[in-house]
Design a protein around this ligand. Structure first.
Ligand SMILES: Nc1ncnc2c1ncn2[C@@H]1O[C@H](COP(=O)(O)OP(=O)(O)O)[C@@H](O)[C@H]1O
Ligand SMILES: [Mg+2]
Length: 400
């Protein structure tokens, strides 16, 4: 089979291939080693190893002998494009002995200096289970009549390395996923910290302020009980209102921790019910989409909740519209009021960073959106009402 024939060189080749492919799971090193080994054993001048991408649509140059090792990572072909693309597409080898440019499959890529090479052999790299992994090409400067034996040899080598390449790719993918998980864990911890900060803010700004003034009203009532019972009664009525408000705010803060209503009603109905929790503010809800992954639902609900609180607190709006829609692959929430509006840039400039006494609202919403790979937009101007728009990617299923 080999030039020189005999069992000895074949055994040597086999053992070198095994050395190369078992050298570790670093795909780039394996491919480099394969390219070197292939040129040597086929007595050719250069070798290119192209791999098919995850989608099975394009070939990427991942291994090459010098001087083309510099081009690794920079050359890409569509399946069906050029000789390599044809080989990948058809799963059959191609031999071109001379005059490549006359072959309709050939595509000239200046960086690969096709004009310096005369003959070429290209074989598909296929796993034992028939899965196409890539294409290996060898080229010679001098004209060479590649024989059936040459083709067979290169195909056997390709078959041997196919499994190793696939393993290394699986390993690569696992490592990527592990990294993504780590990032996710970090973000989750950060999110939890933000949640604690938000809760602290709500307790500090809302609930404890109410209790402080509750205390003053009760003291005033106590002082005037004897001499001015009418004033005492007024102070007690004020205190009752404050106690009720503190209770409401406590409930809201807790609901913000985990909106259980989502599990019971689903997102659309939860938004509807949220809309009814602001007396005197008519809220219209339009939802064209209901169930989605839990964390997306929570983020949408929270954003709606905080946006509505802002409307109630700052806008003096006559009415509000909540719209939940689903452009492809995404979910979009818009909370639009017809109130006073404001200058978002001025608000941002006034409160750089987070953590100011009232800085939990808008910045908290934006942070949550970012964490989920989406964004929050504020469309507002004084006198023009406000739209808070949240766009989130719908989580793609892990796997595959
Ligand atoms: N819907 C709205 N209408 C008018 N002004 C708003 C609206 N939403 C937010 N704002 C303005 O943006 C500021 C920042 O909002 P936010 O970050 O939620 O903090 P807070 O509500 O604690 O003031 C508000 O103080 C207000 O001036
Ligand atoms: Mg707010």
């Amino acid at each position: 089979m080999l030039a020189g024939g005999g069992a000895q060189p074949e055994a040597r080749l086999l053992s070198r291939i095994i050395d190369t492919i078992s050298a570790g799971l670093d795909l780039d090193r394996i491919l480099q080693g394969v390219a070197d080994l292939v040129t040597e054993t086929t007595a050719t001048d250069v070798c290119f190893v192209h791999l098919v991408d995850e989608q099975g649509r394009r070939l990427h140059l991942r291994g090459a002998t010098p001087p083309f090792d510099e081009m690794v990572g920079q050359i890409e072909l569509a399946l069906g494009e050029g000789v390599s693309g044809w080989v990948a597409d058809h799963g059959e080898p191609v031999v071109i002995v001379g005059d490549k440019t006359a072959d309709p499959r050939y595509r000239y890529i200046p960086a690969l200096r096709g004009e310096d090479y005369t003959s070429m052999l290209s074989v598909p790299v296929v796993t034992p289970l028939g899965h196409l992994v890539g294409v290996i090409n060898v080229h010679t400067k001098a004209r060479r009549e590649f024989t059936a034996a040459d083709v067979d040899l290169l195909r056997s080598v390709a078959g041997l390395v196919a499994g190793a390449i696939e393993n290394a790719r699986l390993h690569e993918r696992l490592a990527e996923r592990e990294e993504a998980l780590e990032r996710f864990a970090e973000q989750t911890v950060e999110w939890q910290e933000n949640e604690s900060r938000r809760l602290a803010g709500e307790i500090h700004d809302g609930i404890s302020q109410r209790i402080v003034s509750l205390f003053f009203h009760l003291s005033a009532a106590a002082d005037s009980l004897e001499n001015a019972p009418q004033v005492a009664a007024e102070q007690i009525a004020r205190a009752q209102e404050l106690a009720a408000a503190a209770l409401d705010e406590t409930r809201l803060a807790i609901a913000g921790l985990r909106p259980t209503v989502l599990d019971d009603l689903g997102l659309a109905a939860s938004l509807e019910s949220l809309g009814h929790s602001f007396p005197g503010l008519p809220v219209r809800v339009e939802a064209t989409r209901d169930r989605m992954s839990e964390h997306v639902e929570t983020a949408v609900y929270r954003t709606a909740q905080e946006a509505l609180q802002n409307v109630a607190k700052h806008s003096r709006a006559q009415s509000v519209r909540i719209r939940l829609s689903a452009p492809p692959g995404r979910v979009m929430l818009e909370v639009t009021d017809d109130g006073a509006g404001f200058d978002p840039a001025a608000v941002r400039a006034a409160r750089p960073g987070r953590g100011g006494p009232t800085g939990f609202g808008l910045s908290g919403m934006a942070e949550r959106a970012e964490l989920l790979g989406g964004k929050l937009e504020l469309i507002s101007a004084p006198g023009r009402g406000t739209t808070v728009r949240l766009v989130l990617p719908l989580a793609q299923h892990a796997g595959g």
